[in-house]
Design a protein around this ligand. Sequence first.
Ligand code: F6R
Length: 615
Amino acid sequence: MCGIVGYIGHREAYPIILKGLKRLEYRGYDSAGIALFDGNDIKLSKTKGKVADLEEKVGKEIPTSATLGIGHTRWATHGVPNDVNSHPHYSNSGNLVIIHNGIIENYESLKKELIKRGYVFKSDTDTEVLVNLIEDVKKNENIKLGKAVQIALNQVIGAYAIAVFDKNKPNEIVVARLGSPLAIGIGDDEFFIASDASPFIEYTKNAIYLEDEEMAVIRRDKGVKVRKIKDDSLVDPYVQELQLNLEQIEKGGYDHFMLKEIFEQPSAIRDTFRGRMLPNEGIIKMSGIEDNMKTFLNANRIIVIACGTSWHAGLVSEYIFEDLARIPVEVEYASEFRYRNPVITDKDVVIAISQSGETADTLAAIKLAKSRGAFVFGVCNVVGSSIARETDAGAYTHAGPEIGVASTKAFTTQITVLTLIALRLARAKGTISSSEFRHHMIELELIPEKVKKALESDAYVKTIADIYKNSKNFLYLGRGYNFPVALEGALKLKEISYIHAEGYPAAEMKHGPIALIDENMPIVVIATKKGHYEKVVSNIQEIKSRKGKIIGIVTEGDEQVRALADHVIEVPETIESLTPLLTTIPLQLLSYHIALMLEKNVDQPRNLAKAVTVE
Ligand code: F6R
């Protein structure tokens, strides 16, 4: 899981690539490197650390006149993060240089063969094996780089997005993809290569997204030629007009992407239902559902597959689908599902949820479900992502780019899409009345304003963060719709502040976690008026009698919990099924402020990356 950037054209390549790498750091940030062609030779610089470290290292050495280059920001898979394992990698002759995002699974056997033929390896990476395999093919067959890449890739098992060039042919860059994303920006006599469009959005709005098993030869003079890697057939690529703008990608005045994305939720949620829900006319329309309504209505059950935060959104959807549409739902970790022998029939509808649309386990689980006859529906944020393309139909969340590694607006927009789907199916099945249907839509329409209101707790949440920032453990409790929110709150805290936290269904507390409670344990309890309120109040009393510190997430105007808790954070009232969209807000803010006070890297927490494209 890495970010790749390339440029070939008439401008200075270095600043374009450097800025592009900074925008792609969300894909990995343990090392970075760049290779430029200065007119005579390749100039390569790479280092362990972030793109800023690369910038410092490169200093003034880099030839500013170079108009061709490639760059990489890494998240290690083979070989520890260090200077040598950083990309780009040279071939043994020094003629070829490559960047790679993905994993070559059969690299060991390929490496053994190459060693027998006299190749030597400096790094522990699979990527250095690939560039030498390409060199070996090119030399033995005396063929052009594009052809050599194609033959080499046909020997490779694994996943890749690569860009490679030859110093003896400095007018072209060859790229290819299988399982890792690769976009080509088309300018005027200039071309950009990147893992997503953010590095080139200010230069061009026209882009080709390579499909799996496609490669392209990009020539300064002749443009882009796309082929199938397997059978060499030419492909007429679809040039998309991009809707992203730069402001969406940058921090927009906030200190961190995570904070920006938390505060973007009112507009992100509105964008998610915009044009799909017309409460006054009593209509929800989503083409992916309408086109497949029969399949949904005939389904015996829905199986939701996802990972991490998306899995938590899936858990919320279990309550919504069962409550509203009366369809049985199972929610599965994609990583478990793909390696079980699950019973799946053509009467099952599988819903795959993924912000990035690139999560390897989710993608593999989709392929398994499809191979067994299930209809697979995707809920993704990234347009044109692998999961969006692999699924039979789908609905985008339209949250806009999420750059902070910890998911925030992805979660709430996923819940919004899943609510729309559940409502639409409920109406079609007749499991809710038209007035209930309309009531839900009106309540959903009010959610963006209510999220705005919930965000007003920011300053108060910060004071709570200050009190508990040095705690070693946290418990998060919730029931019903708010049980997945408790899980999500705990995950947020763990991943960005590195404080141990557990989410539990509040009633389960008695079956173990209660033993942990003492005067040092902060316990966040979601206790909104709608949804088992009295039961949760009893749970709070149990905590209080064990001297636990209670942070209650309550409905505006609540008195009962206020009388028991050490702190209460209010959220506006809404219907039960929509409470997760509000109760999750203070939990996001709490983890953000604690992490910041502990001086952690909020946007790029250690050991994590935004798109988990390895299993
Ligand atoms: C948590 C987080 C991860 C992702 C998970 C799935 O904040 O970001 O747990 O939710 O890696 O990613 P997607 O949704 O891209 O499939």
